[in-house]
Structure formats: structure tokens, C-alpha cells
Design a protein around this ligand. Structure first.
Ligand code: BJ8
Length: 425
């Protein structure tokens, strides 16, 4: 890595030695899982570049943005509306971490039986290896699951500007009113941070930028309906992960470019894998970078992943915001309408999610569903039981996986996944 990056990281308070170790592991992992695939779409080179510079050039861009007075806001959840952030002349970055790091330190602040995603977030902070966290001028915590809600209390003293947003637990009129109230409070906080008044014009423009980004990733998703799928699941997941880090306009253009290429591949029936192999829908907890363990196991066991019912996937990106309003109030209502449809398992009841899983299985012509739950994630593990029962009743083969970020269970997971895939053949 260049000296320029090293001094940038040092200025951000990154522990260079630990960070080198992390990047080393990440690089090897990336090589084994992504770069080793054959005949990848040319357009994936863009995402390879982004990943190779994910702590380098992208962080430099954010540091440069800050020098021009722009602010950076970090988030852990898809309920944090990027539109409000952009409208306030700030940039939103995802902070969820997908790898074990400094777990001993994290477990001094969190119980051992906390999900890997939350522990990893703390590990990255305490181990001083996440430049996105360090570059952020505000960090948004949301009261979603109990784990996150309580963890933000412990995170507050570790970061300089934590904004906690309350999220309702029921999709009632009262729940919607709370959601709307919290989005208003967030808008005020962004305005205070940036000194920019969010008017209707700014909000409209931001909505259209994010709508375009969602349309592009949705276009990519739809192309995976083809058999053979023109892109592997691990690559499509990567695009969904980069969604949270990249400059939105550049991301949109790059995804549209790869879609043009994939359309041609579909015409000539070129696929990431041969036609006719089992098609898998993954449903459940979000997979943050570099959590590629399960998709890698699935796609090296004779199946292809054709969709993700996940926040890093369609649950997080489906539905556009109606941009026809003329006032801030109308546009804020439209935002709430869109985000309130996200069917996270923290809501009760959460019947829409089961409907979406079924609908996605049909749309993508999935042969089977793998429900992915992180150990100790109560919302998704609890919901997995009725969801998988219902799917089985309807004759949709389903496998329930519970795991964490460690590689210790790879052999055991592979045995179960292989048996499931064999059954689908
Ligand atoms: S909208 S899924 S991004 S909360 S895995 S931390 S739920 S114990 S991540 Fe999520 Fe927002 Fe919901 Fe999506 Fe808790 Fe479960 Fe851990 Fe989780």
C-alpha cells in the first residue's frame, strides 16, 4: 500500500499493524472466492477494483469530501435513509462488519452470546481497523433488534457522535407515526451536522439518485432469472455489498454497465455455471463484507445462488420512493412509505416477509431455499421456524443454517449443503 494511504490511516487512528493483517486475510479470501472463478463478467473488474481499494482510494475520496465541507455518516441498517443524508450534503457509508476481529476485546463489552455482526462491529472499532468508522462525522444507531439497541449504549462512549434512531416494532398507524417522527428528527440532526437546510429540491434530487441506484441493482437481480444465470451468486452478492460503500452515481453506472454485458451473455446462453444445476434462494440475516462463507460453500457444492432475500439484497433494495411530491413533508411521507415496507424480522407480525420469500422463489425459479441465520440472532432464528415450516408445507425444499463468522464449521456446513443440493437434483 502506498505511503499516502498509510499516513491517511495513521491520521484516522488506524492500528497499522492490525490493519495490514486484516487486509492480508481479506486479500487471500477474495482471491480464493472471487478471483478464482472462471469466465467472470468483464464488468466484475470494476468491483474487483473497488474491493482492492475499499480501504484505500474510497477512504481517500471520503477524506477529500470532508475537506470540501461535506460530512460522512455511517450506518448499520437499511432503515437509515440515504436520501436524507445526500440531501443534506453528506455521504452515507455502511459500517456493518462481516469478519471476526479483536473478538476478545469485543467480548469484554458484549456478552459472548451476541450475534457475530454486532461483535464484529465492536471488534473493528476496538481493534482500530475500520477507516469507515473513523472517517464518519456521525454514526447512526437504530433501535432494531435488542442486541443492537443495547450495544449502541456501549458504543456511545467509543465514538464521538452517535445518533440513535428509534424504530417501531409494529406496522400499525402508531408505528408509522413514530417512524415518521424519527425520520424528521434524523433530518434535523443531519441539517445540524452539515449546516444545510434540506428543502424539497434537494430531497427530490437525492431521492432520484437513490432510486436510480436501486433500479440498477434491481435490473441486475432480474437478469439472474435466466438459466443459466449469467453471474455467480458470490459476484452478485459482492455488487450488493459494494452498494453500501461506493459513490452512488458511479455505482449505478457500473451496475448498468455490467447488466448490458450480462444481457448479451443471456442471449448466447453463457452462464456462470451450467444450465440446469440447482438454483438456490438465500433468505435471512444480512451478509456484510467479507462474509462470503455460505455462498462460497453453496456455489462450490454444485448449485448457483440466484437471489438473496436479505438486507444485503432484495429486502434492502426493493421498492422505489415516490418522487412526485412538491413539498418536504410530501417527500418525507414518501420516504416513510418506502422504508416502512422493509420487512425486517424485528417487526411483529412480519407476514410480508414470508410472502416475499415465496414470491422470490417463484420469480427466480429457485429449486430450494437456504435460510441463513446468524447464531444468537433471535429475530431471524425465531422467524426461521415458522417460515421454513410454511415453505416446506408448500413443497418448497428448505434448509435452515445457523452459523457465525468463524471457519470452524465449514466442513459441517458443506456436508449439510451438499446433501441438500443432492436432494434437489
Ligand atoms: S433492517 S436485518 S439491517 S436490523 S443479525 S444485528 S437482527 S441479532 S442486522 Fe438488520 Fe436493519 Fe433488520 Fe436489515 Fe440483530 Fe440479528 Fe444480529 Fe442483525
Amino acid at each position: 500500500m502506498s505511503e499516502e494511504y498509510r499516513s491517511m490511516w495513521q491520521n484516522l487512528g488506524i492500528d497499522l499493524e492490525a490493519h495490514d493483517a486484516l487486509l492480508g486475510v481479506l486479500g487471500n479470501f477474495y482471491q480464493d472466492i472471487h478471483l478464482s472463478q472462471k469466465d467472470r463478467p468483464e464488468g466484475m473488474k470494476y468491483f474487483d477494483f473497488v474491493m482492492s481499494e475499499v480501504h484505500g482510494l474510497r477512504i481517500k475520496e471520503l477524506v477529500d469530501e470532508k475537506k470540501t465541507g461535506r460530512r460522512i455518516i455511517g450506518s448499520y441498517c437499511v432503515y437509515v435513509p440515504e436520501e436524507i443524508v445526500l440531501a443534506g450534503n453528506a455521504t452515507l457509508v455502511g459500517l456493518c462488519a462481516g469478519a471476526d476481529f479483536a473478538m476478545d476485546e469485543a467480548e469484554k463489552l458484549l456478552p459472548r452470546n451476541t450475534c457475530a455482526l454486532i461483535k464484529s462491529t465492536f471488534g473493528f472499532k476496538l481493534g482500530k481497523v475500520c477507516p469507515y468508522l473513523e472517517v464518519s462525522d456521525m454514526i447512526v444507531g437504530e433501535n432494531t433488534c435488542d442486541g443492537k439497541k443495547k450495544a449502541y449504549e456501549s458504543l456511545a462512549p467509543l465514538v464521538s457522535n452517535l445518533f440513535v434512531m428509534d424504530i417501531p416494532q409494529m406496522k400499525s398507524l402508531q408505528g408509522r407515526a413514530l417512524f415518521r417522527h424519527e425520520y424528521n428528527r434524523f433530518k434535523d440532526a443531519v441539517e445540524e451536522l452539515t449546516g444545510v437546510t434540506i428543502d424539497a429540491g434537494r430531497l427530490k434530487e437525492a431521492i432520484s439518485i437513490v432510486n436510480e441506484k436501486r433500479k440498477a441493482i434491481h435490473r441486475l437481480s432480474m437478469l439472474r432469472k435466466a438459466d443459466p444465470s449469467p453471474i455467480s451468486g458470490v459476484d452478485a452478492l459482492l455488487a450488493n455489498q459494494v452498494y453500501f460503500y461506493d459513490n452512488p452515481k458511479r455505482f449505478t453506472d457500473s451496475v448498468n454497465l455490467i447488466c448490458d454485458e450480462l444481457e448479451k451473455k443471456i442471449e448466447t446462453r453463457q452462464g456462470a455455471y451450467p444450465a440446469g444445476i440447482p438454483r438456490i434462494l438465500i433468505s435471512g440475516c444480512p451478509m456484510a463484507v467479507p462474509n462470503w462463507k455460505l455462498p462460497w460453500i453453496v456455489e462450490t457444492s454444485g448449485a448457483v445462488i440466484v437471489a438473496e432475500e436479505s438486507c444485503v439484497g432484495e429486502r434492502g433494495t426493493r421498492n422505489l420512493v415516490d418522487n412526485s411530491g412538491d413539498t418536504v413533508d410530501e417527500l418525507m411521507d414518501a420516504l416513510v412509505d418506502r422504508y416502512f415496507q422493509v420487512d425486517c424480522a424485528i417487526f411483529t407480525p412480519n407476514n410480508d416477509r414470508l410472502d416475499h420469500v415465496r414470491e422470490m422463489a417463484r420469480t427466480y425459479n429457485a429449486d430450494g431455499i437456504i435460510h441463513y441465520g446468524l447464531q444468537f440472532c433471535q429475530p431471524y432464528l425465531m422467524e426461521a421456524i415458522p417460515v421454513t415450516e410454511e415453505l416446506k408445507k408448500q413443497g418448497i425444499p428448505t434448509l435452515m443454517i445457523e452459523t457465525d463468522y468463524s471457519m470452524e464449521d465449514v466442513g459441517q456446513l458443506r456436508t449439510r449443503v451438499e446433501a441438500f443440493i443432492e436432494m434437489l437434483q
